[in-house]
Design a protein around this ligand. Structure first.
Ligand code: IPM
Ligand code: MN
Length: 352
């Protein structure tokens, strides 16, 4: 029995409506297991820019720092996407949050649901047994390299910088994750071209003997992109840098049939952040159409991280049951289509 303070950053677009479903589910878990979750709301992203001028206001950051976990919706708005000259952007809120809080490890699990294999862009037989965890480095690499990004003229720089310390700590997370799963760890990089990738490989080779039970392997990122499509079942844990991880986790996420199903956690520091991997889908906002499952499963990852694994399992089981009953939001092309709110209610009901 515990009290937990959850910094709740719903963000932009469909963020608020999917977060609402996650809160309903957590409250039901609280009732079942005798926990109390307090949700403190704060703005982030485009919403925060509109309210305060900053994508990550100081108050929001301070709230995150004093909370037990961060529950995050989505950020982004098209009015910034099409304007390369915008200097204040919603995404900066997320990047700053990751950096300031030291959330260097991003865990993105991708597993197929048997009843949804028909939704996958891959043939059902290729989806058999797919269960992948992408471990993406989140606070280094090209996303954060070298601040002098423009020489004032027609040359622009994005520098990929990694230190031994940054690589070692993310590899520890990946080895530990592999030990708890299928015991296979693949480093995905571009070591045939990039020096930073060669450092990753060097350190991986050094560390591997410390984990004799883990089968270590290496793959170039271009090949990995292809292998994820032709034979995704070969992968267990993939560990990779920030940019490659961004791309490969989106690619692997659609294997399951809908981006709306996949949760993520960002960890490393004492506090963790939990969010659906989909974006803010501004065109769908406020229409009760978004799939809340990615957010609800992110809440389950949050519970795991707080040490409440049985509680997390209760959520996962409720989601499985609900999907198996044939209901779902429109992205799931279900037998019985329901809206965001109704799907949240059904999952709450399944937990109760
Ligand atoms: C993600 C997103 C972010 C990223 C954007 C919004 C900055 O795509 O979480 O994968 O690129 O990391
Ligand atoms: Mn991304």
């Amino acid at each position: 029995m515990g009290n937990y303070n959850i910094a709740t950053l719903a963000g932009d677009g469909i963020g608020p409506e999917v977060i609402k479903q996650g809160i309903k589910v957590l409250n039901q878990v609280g009732l079942n297991f005798g926990h109390k979750f307090r949700f403190d709301f704060a703005p982030v992203g485009a919403t925060a820019i509109d309210q305060t001028g900053s994508p990550l206001p100081d108050d929001t950051l301070a709230l995150c720092k004093r909370s037990d976990a961060i529950f995050f919706g989505a950020i982004g708005h098209p009015r910034f996407d099409n304007d390369p000259t915008a200097t204040v952007r919603p995404e900066q809120g997320l990047l700053k949050l990751r950096k300031e809080l030291g959330l260097y490890a991003n865990l993105r699990p991708v597993a197929g649901y048997d009843e949804l294999t028909h939704l996958s862009p891959l043939r059902p037989e290729r989806m058999k047994g797919v269960d992948i965890l992408v471990v993406r480095e989140l606070t280094g690499g090209t996303y954060f390299g070298d601040k002098g990004r423009r020489d004032g003229g027609d040359t622009a720089y994005d520098t990929c910088v990694y230190s031994r310390h940054e690589i070692e700590r993310i590899l520890v997370v990946a080895f530990d994750a592999a030990a708890k799963r299928g015991k296979k760890l693949k480093l995905v990089d571009k070591a045939n071209v990039m020096e930073s990738s060669r450092l990753w490989r060097e350190i991986m080779r050094e560390m591997a003997p410390r984990y004799p039970e883990i089968e270590v392997s290496y793959m170039f990122v271009d090949n990995a992109a292809m292998q994820l499509i032709i034979n995704p079942a070969q992968f267990d844990v993939i560990v990779t840098d920030n940019l490659f991880g961004d791309i490969l986790s989106d690619a692997s996420s659609v294997l399951a049939g809908s981006l709306g199903l996949l949760p993520s956690s960002s960890i490393g520091a004492e506090i963790g952040m939990f969010e659906p991997i989909h974006g803010s889908w501004p065109e769908g906002a406020g229409q009760d159409r978004a799939n809340p499952i990615a957010t609800i499963l992110s809440a389950a990852m949050m519970l795991d991280h707080l040490g409440l694994v049985e509680e997390g399992d209760a959520i996962r089981q409720a989601v499985n049951e609900t999907l198996a009953s044939g209901v779902g939001t429109e992205d799931l092309n279900p037998k019985k289509q329901v809206g965001t709110d109704a799907l949240g209610d059904l999952i709450v009901e399944a937990i109760r």
